[in-house]
Design a protein around this ligand. Structure first.
Ligand code: FPP
Length: 254
C-alpha cells in the first residue's frame, strides 16, 4: 500500500524546498558519465512535481542550478542548460495537466538565450494555473539574493522612499526573490549530504530539515511521501514549549 494513504491532508507543509543532490554519484555507480545522472534526475523532478501537486502542497522550490555551478566543467554546464530547455519543452503537458504554475528565482539574465526564451514561454503558458507553484532556482545563491535585497532597500532609503526604522522582517521578505511564496516549512536534501549550500538561507529559519541517503535520480513518489510523513511526525515549536503548542491546537479545535 502506498504511503500516500497515511498522509494527513490537513497537516501538509505549505512550501517544500528541495536540494536535488547525487546525480553524479548515481551515474558513477552505474558506470555512466556524470551528465547521464542529470538526465535521469529530470524524471525525479517530474515525479516530485506530480506528487506535490496531487497532495495539495502549495509551493515546491527546486535548487536546479546554483551560482557556484558555473564552475563545473563547461560540458556539464552546457548539458544542464540543454536539459533544462528540453525538459521544459517536454513537460509543458505535465504542468498543465497538474495545474502547475512555473516561476524562477535567481539571476536568470546570465542563462543562455535559449533557456531564457523557453522559461519565458512556459511561465507565460502556465501563469493562470493555481494548484501548485513550482519555482526553479536557477543561477540562485542565497547570499546573492540577500545582497540584492540590501541594495534595493538601501536605494529606497537614499531616495526617502523608506525609513531605516521601518526595516523589519516583512520588509526583508518582500525584497527577496521568494516574496510571493509562503515561508518554507520543509527542506529536503537527497544523497546523504547534510549541508544547506547557500539555498534559501533567510527563508529556512524555522523550516524542518530532512536528509535522505537516496540519490536524486532514484528519488520517487514513495520517497517523497515518506519525507512528508516524517514532517508530519514532528512537533513545530517556533521557539515555544510543547504545552503552549498543545494548548493553541486545542483552542483551534474549538
Ligand atoms: C546535483 O547533483 C544536481 C544538480 C547540480 C542539478 C540538478 C539538475 C537536475 C535534476 C536536472 C535538470 C533540472 C531541471 C529542473 C529540468 P550533483 O551533480 O551535484 O551530484 P554529485 O554530488 O553526486 O556529483
Amino acid at each position: 500500500m502506498s504511503l500516500k494513504t497515511k498522509i494527513d491532508p490537513n497537516k501538509l507543509p505549505k512550501h517544500v524546498a528541495v536540494i536535488m543532490d547525487g546525480n553524479g554519484r548515481w551515474a558513477k555507480k552505474q558506470g555512466l558519465k556524470r551528465v547521464l545522472g542529470h538526465g535521469k534526475g529530470t524524471e525525479a523532478v517530474r515525479k516530485t512535481v506530480e506528487s506535490a501537486a496531487e497532495l495539495g502542497i502549495e509551493a515546491l522550490t527546486l535548487f536546479a542550478f546554483s551560482t557556484e555551478n558555473w564552475n563545473r566543467p563547461k560540458f556539464e554546464v552546457d548539458t544542464l542548460m540543454s536539459l533544462l530547455v528540453s525538459s521544459l519543452k517536454k513537460e509543458i503537458s505535465t504542468l498543465q495537466k497538474n495545474n502547475v504554475r512555473l516561476q524562477t528565482i535567481g539571476n536568470i539574465e546570465k542563462l543562455p538565450r535559449k533557456a531564457k526564451e523557453q522559461l519565458a514561454e512556459v511561465i507565460e503558458l502556465t501563469k493562470n494555473n493555481t494548484r501548485l507553484t513550482l519555482t526553479l532556482a536557477l543561477n540562485y545563491g542565497a547570499r546573492e539574493e540577500i545582497i540584492n535585497a540590501t541594495k534595493i532597500i538601501s536605494k529606497k532609503i537614499v531616495n526617502n522612499d523608506l525609513k531605516i526604522e521601518e526595516i523589519d522582517e516583512n520588509i526583508i521578505n518582500s525584497h527577496l526573490y521568494t516574496f510571493t511564496l509562503p515561508v518554507v516549512d520543509f527542506l529536503i536534501r537527497t544523497s546523504g549530504e547534510k549541508r544547506i549550500s547557500n539555498f534559501l538561507l533567510w527563508q529556512i529559519a524555522y523550516a524542518e530539515l530532512y536528509f535522505t541517503d537516496v540519490l536524486w535520480p532514484d528519488f520517487n513518489k514513495e520517497d517523497f511521501y515518506e519525507a512528508i510523513l516524517n514532517y508530519q511526525s514532528r512537533e513545530r515549536r517556533f521557539g515555544k514549549i510543547s504545552e503552549q503548542i498543545e494548548n493553541s491546537n486545542k483552542e483551534a479545535e474549538y
